[in-house]
Design a protein around this ligand. Structure first.
Ligand SMILES: Cc1cc2nc3c(=O)[nH]c(=O)nc-3n(C[C@H](O)[C@H](O)[C@H](O)COP(=O)(O)O)c2cc1C
Length: 218
């Protein structure tokens, strides 16, 4: 069975029977009391491109996803990241060494998309000269995709709003990592065509940024 499913069983988020019948992963509730002050997190925020060879724990994955773009006002369905016109256009995909998942923010869970280690698609465009292979050493890479169809209009302005929305989600991740001792770097480099093909994205879905997430090297 996959590592994340086993971790979810061990954490009591799923029964063994459930885990045997699905590839989707239930996440533990986010811990909203962790982390240093906002000012300290801002003091500590920086791009880090090297990490320890260690899997991200299920609780850290749960917390970073909620910080990125989880639901923080359940009554209204609003999110930790603002979005232009509250269109909530940014979807968060989770790339691990075993599979790719979509963050199901409504249920705070992972929906399985495809098996396999596809992290090399985030290293950069296919040209080896431009690839940033360091990302493949990170246990998890979060990819931010805007579904511009949710804006109900098209044009350059919509693309700008999509890019701004992705940037805010990325900054949530950077600040969470700075506050909790994890490491990350916001990135625009990726093989966008390869990602589109892998995830069967529609023309309106735009992969915009990604954040590898891991633990600092000792
Ligand atoms: C929109 C955006 C795209 C970026 N793309 C990449 C990237 O593809 N690869 C990378 O290594 N860093 C990338 N960065 C990180 C910047 O290089 C980094 O933020 C900058 O050098 C300042 O360093 P600091 O984050 O430690 O302050 C990107 C940052 C932003 C805001």
């Amino acid at each position: 069975m996959k590592k994340l499913l086993l971790a979810a069983v061990a954490a009591g988020c799923m029964s063994l029977a459930e885990a045997q019948h699905t590839k989707d992963v239930s996440l533990p509730l986010p811990d909203k009391n962790r982390g240093v002050s906002v000012m300290k997190a801002l003091s500590q925020r920086m791009s880090v491109r090297e990490c320890a060879q260690k899997d991200l724990s299920l609780s850290d994955l749960s917390d970073v996803l909620w910080a990125a773009n989880g639901v923080n006002r359940p009554d209204e369905g609003r999110r930790t990241a603002p979005s232009a016109l509250n269109k909530q256009d940014i979807d968060v995909y989770v790339f691990t060494d075993e599979a790719v998942y979509l963050y199901d923010y409504a249920h705070h869970a992972l929906k399985h998309c495809v098996d396999g280690d596809w992290r090399q698609l985030l290293a950069g465009p296919p040209s080896p000269a431009r690839a940033q292979d360091f990302v493949k050493a990170f246990p998890v890479i979060l990819l931010f995709v805007s579904d511009m169809e949710r804006f109900g209009m098209s044009g350059e302005r919509v693309k700008l709003m999509a890019a701004m929305d992705a940037g805010i989600v990325s900054q949530n991740v950077s600040l969470f990592c700075a506050a909790t001792g994890l490491c990350t770097v916001p990135r625009a480099s990726m093989d966008a065509d390869g990602i589109r093909k892998l995830l069967k994205l529609s023309d309106s879905q735009l992969p915009l940024m990604n954040n590898p997430v891991g633990y600092p090297k000792e």
